[in-house]
Write a protein that binds this ligand. Structure first.
Ligand code: UD1
Ligand code: MG
Length: 445
């Protein structure tokens, strides 16, 4: 990485009308993280984390999504991309070696692309434009080259027929040498089809001043701009494909990768196995060689090595599974620790609880943790055995090694090694079944 200083100006003032949404465009999420945070993350990873955010529409919401203290400026009137960049004039004037301009709605840009743009500046370019070749160039600015030189960017609406046939397009990502940035930007006018101050005009202006300008080509993914929900879904798909591949290369087995969905912060250790149709919400960490079986949904959960989860399990925030714990089919675990070797295998709800090491929770066990007003804790000791279809009414403490009879409703603490019944005693009346049947049959004649 270079030792040059860098300012990243991220444009996020747009209205995003085509999203048809109450929230600002850059707040729409990919892998559970707002687009603006993806862009900021890429800048950070490229050592370009000195950010000036240009906000306008929905500024308050956008500022909530970014780290506190992130430098921002409000663009009061939207007069074009150059005008937006100049809203950050004071930041540029502090004097950086490199100035990067990024769009808040281009979330899949990779740090390597930013690095290559900066490397070009370090090699003497005054302006670097990241271009790409979309299947349909309509609407994009076209890059007009002369040999190695980028001589101009022409916006779609201002193109001649011949220029419109060019398929090399402006992604929007641009790098400028900090020494030239302000004078280039200040020279931009608005005599064009839209009457806007186009950032893209700095290319022609730099050429007029004899400054070197180059275009670098990036993949379609890197340049994908999001304007509507269909493009948002496309970006999500690309992000997921990248993540699945990265996971597999890091040693995670995905039996059917296309059916597994990760969040931006999912962490999975090598040798874990993820079966088909598993969804990871934010905040999941799998710390060892666990097996997550088909159709499970995990969010805010930590899973230890040797664990087995699912099929059809739901781990909600605060679920922590110790080594070799098991949470089986149709079980839900929320804000609960299932300690090493404990089993919750069938049709249970364990919420606001601790299940001690090697305890066994029988099928259909429910922790009754909520009285409609407050939540209460159920604490189950190591090696306890909770019989099937028990209701554990919290607050409740079940001691180590205690035994709960099946079908119990347990409302009082159970000491260590005790056996507790919380159910009506069974009464069996010999022959009464047959008598009943005969009486009914006679009455029906
Ligand atoms: C821009 C580029 C075009 C490029 C395309 C890539 C210019 C003049 N054109 O066109 O060459 O191919 O992006 O997607 O730069 N914004 C503000 N304030 C403004 C205007 C825009 O913050 O006053 C923000 C928008 O929110 C958006 C970005 O800048 O994030 C780009 O603006 P947009 O109007 O979408 O430009 P395009 O016409 O798409
Ligand atoms: Mg656009």
């Amino acid at each position: 990485m270079t030792s040059r200083t860098c300012l990243s100006i991220i444009l996020a003032a747009g209205e995003g009308t085509r999203m048809k949404s109450a929230k600002p465009k850059v707040m729409h999420e990919i892998a559970g993280l707002p687009m603006i945070s993806h862009v900021m993350g890429a800048a950070q990873a490229a050592g370009a984390g000195d950010v000036a955010l240009v906000v306008g529409n929905g500024a308050e919401a956008v500022l909530k999504a970014v780290p506190e203290g992130t430098e921002h400026v409000v663009q009061q009137e939207r007069l074009g991309t150059a005008h937006a960049v100049l809203a950050a004039r004071a930041a540029i004037a502090r004097g950086y070696d490199d100035v990067l301009v990024m769009f808040g709605d281009t979330p899949l840009v990779e740090p390597s692309v930013l690095n290559s743009a900066r490397a070009s500046l370090a090699n003497g370019a005054a302006v670097v434009v990241i271009g790409f070749r979309p299947a349909n160039p309509a609407g994009y600015g076209r890059l007009i080259e002369d040999g190695e030189k980028l001589v101009a960017i022409r916006e779609d609406k201002d193109c001649s027929e011949a220029e419109r046939a060019i398929d090399f397009c402006n992604s929007g990502l641009m790098a400028m040498s900090g020494a030239d940035a302000l004078s280039l930007l200040d020279a931009v006018g608005n005599a064009n089809a839209k009457g806007e101050f186009y950032l893209t005009d700095v290319v022609a202006i730099a050429n007029q001043n004899g400054l070197p300008v180059v275009a670098l080509e990036a993949s379609y993914e890197n340049a994908l701009g999001i304007n509507n929900r269909a493009e948002l879904a496309e970006a999500e798909a690309i992000w997921q494909a990248r993540k699945r591949r990265a996971m597999m290369l890091d040693g995670v087995t995905l039996t059917a990768p296309d059916t597994v969905f990760f969040a931006h912060d999912t962490e999975i250790a090598a040798d874990a196995l993820i079966e088909p149709h598993v969804v990871f919400g934010p905040g999941v960490k799998i710390t060892g060689n666990a097996k997550i079986r088909a159709f499970s949904h995990l969010e805010g959960a930590t899973v230890g090595g040797g664990c087995e989860v699912g099929p059809y399990a739901r781990l909600r925030p605060g679920a922590v599974l110790g080594a070799k714990a098991k949470v089986g089919n149709f079980c839900e675990v929320k804000n609960a620790t299932i300690e090493a070797g404990a089993k919750v295998n069938h049709l249970s709800y364990i919420g606001d609880a601790r299940v001690g090491a090697n305890a066994n929770i029988g099928a259909g066990t429910i922790t009754c943790n909520y009285d409609g007003y407050s939540k209460f804790i159920t604490d189950i000791g190591a090696n306890a055995f909770v019989g099937s279809n028990s209701a554990l009414v919290a607050p409740l403490k079940i001691g180590d090694g205690a035994y709960i009879a099946s079908g119990s409703v347990i409302t009082e603490d159970v000491p260590e090694d005790a056996l507790a019944f919380g159910r009506a005693r069974q009464k069996t009346l010999p022959e009464r079944g047959r008598q009943l049947r005969e009486r009914r049959a006679a009455a029906k004649k």
